[in-house]
Design a protein around this ligand. Sequence first.
Ligand code: FAD
Ligand code: PYC
Length: 417
Amino acid sequence: MQKFSAWSLLKQSFGGHQGWQPQWRRASPKPAYDAIIIGGGGHGLGTAYYLAAEHGIANVAVLEKGWIGGGNTGRNTTIIRSNYLFDESARLYDHALKLWEHLSQVLNYNVMYSPRGVMMLAHTVHDVQVIKRHVHANRGNGVDNEWLSPEDAKAFCPPLNIESNIRYPVMGAALQRRGGTARHDAVAWGYARAADALGVDIIENCEVTGFKRDANGAIEGVETSRGPIASRRVGVVAAGHTSVVLGYAGIKLPLESFPLQALVSEPIKPVVPCVVMSNSVHAYISQSDKGELVIGAGTDAYTSYTQRGALHVNSHTLEAICELFPAFRRMRMLRNWGGIVDVTPDRSPIIAKTTIPGLYVNCGWGTGGFKATPGSANVFAWTIARDEPHPINAPFTIERFRDGFLIDEAAAAAVAH
Ligand code: FAD
Ligand code: PYC
């Protein structure tokens, strides 16, 4: 493990990426690797890092069609929590949360994980019942979560409006204190730098366009915009585009891709001390270390690969935010953007072997995969290295959609995400 250095954290926080130049920007792919990872987001880079760090497989290439962290990893609103209902999900997301707690030290790179608390608001009797069910299930699984009265919620987040005369009055909230936020691009860069130091090749501007198979149908490499590259093990982690990539191998998955967007306000002094989420009004908010209010909504209603969403989705979100936080009515939007998320019918991910020997897939994180990054990468590396799932990702198969063993966070959702 690399040593934690307060000086390097300080340099990264205040001096960008000074002192470290990404060597891979000049790298060309080698003809063959022990493993290839398609997709240079946090999950893909993390997978390469854990393959090298925990399984001794360092002759790995991460192939990214654009630039690392340019997909959803660099577009999300960085909410981290593990308050999922089902045992399988709680195990997976809490595995990730435990890794978040030490990630800056392990990577010697400040990912700015900030456990400032994630509060989920209840506005109806149904919300109260569903959210309380989550609190009890979480506690039964050893995951922290607690129920707050409206007054306690306001004490935790003073700008919150708990007046009873608004459209969706706050009837209480669940609070996961270990939940919070992190700096998204630092997660990609931190894993990239650590993987690079262990010998992993990170190849940007390298789009995978097909697979090569041997006479038995097993994977023997990929076709790319920079030529063919050989490997007997290929992991696909191409959020939003998984169906396209696996389509090159003739595999169909139960996935749909949707735009999801977010926005930030002009920066202001610290005023929102935690993350506040509300499913009923489709809005959530936190404040970045730069001072911007970070605000997001649900997905658009139609499928698309456009990386931008419909304007009315933002308008509805902002109406809700202004009711819950009247003090923000006079704030201005600084910028907005979108990403493409791929969604399974039960809103749980797939982290699994495929029917093709040597081909593995990690997808279907929908609107909620940032929080899972370290845990997902960690168990996916295990799956690729050992050709069998880690006990934590064993339930997250493709076959569950055929056999009916769904992990139906969609039906159980206290939040849409
Ligand atoms: P990505 O970072 O998207 O990486 C996949 C990479 O694959 C991309 O860089 C892409 O260019 C590359 N790729 C695709 N096709 C190919 C190809 N053919 N060849 C080579 N490379 C290819 N999650 C949370 O937990 N909390 C949140 O608050 C949250 N907010 C969100 C807000 C928004 C607006 C969005 C869009 C998403 C949000 N998410 C959130 C979801 C989260 O961002 C994703 O689940 C997560 O980042 C996925 O990470 P990844 O590494 O799998 O994907
Ligand atoms: O998964 O917590 C989440 C989330 C919030 C916003 C988008 N995803």
